[in-house]
Design a protein around this ligand. Structure first.
Ligand code: APR
Length: 179
């Protein structure tokens, strides 16, 4: 029986902190010292050792460990995931301040880090689509485009999960994936 080729990109409605994947991606801020939203959830589930690990990431400018559009990797601490890839999405300012390019860079940088570390499965939340106000449909299209381009050119990661925190996000992500 030929193994049905599994799609490499899927949508999953869940709390990202529950996923036992090689890495979950955190929608962080440039300080990398925690926050609300998924950042807060990940730090709560990972425990204080995650904050300690973030503090060990060197600052590239005073108070800034991860500039917008870039990514950094730490261990998963108490999470079921082995690693956390922290990326910083752009704050939505209307779309004419380079936001699309910076959001695309978040997905590319995170995937490049995963590949460099030989990771096979990575789960993303909808970066910038909460506190940072990025319109979900535009962000989902960028996410799917960048992930597909990266996976077409790289064997790792083998699997990427787009995590929807609610039904609204799930339907937009599924529509973007089906497009
Ligand atoms: N699992 C999966 N997705 C989640 C979870 C969770 N536990 N919690 C929130 N989300 C979703 C939100 O519904 C949204 O779609 O993550 C997406 C990103 O929203 P935010 O967490 O608000 O992140 P973002 O918009 O990128 O803003 C980042 O918020 O929490 C602060 O420190 C963070 O300053 C940074 C800013």
């Amino acid at each position: 029986m030929s193994a049905e080729r599994q799609p490499r990109v899927t949508v999953h409605r869940t709390d990202i902190t529950t996923l036992a994947v090689d890495a979950i991606v955190n929608a962080a801020n440039e300080r990398m010292l925690g926050g609300g939203g998924v950042d807060g959830a990940i730090h709560r589930a990972a425990g204080p050792s995650l904050l300690a690990a973030c503090r060990r990431i060197p600052e590239v400018r005073p108070g800034i460990r991860c500039p917008t559009g870039e990514a950094r990797i730490t261990g998963g601490c108490d999470l079921p995931a082995a690693h956390v890839i922290h990326t910083v999405g752009p704050v939505w300012r209307g779309g004419m301040a380079g936001e699309p390019k910076l959001l695309a860079s978040c997905y590319r940088s995170s995937l490049a880090l995963a590949a460099e570390h030989g990771l096979r499965s990575v789960a993303f939340p909808a970066i910038s689509c909460g506190v940072y106000g990025y319109p979900l449909d535009a962000a989902a299209a960028i996410a799917v485009r960048e992930i597909r381009m990266f996976l077409d050119a790289h064997p790792l990661p083998e699997r990427v999960v787009l995590v929807a925190f609610d039904a609204g996000i799930e339907s937009v992500l599924r529509a973007a994936l089906g497009a």
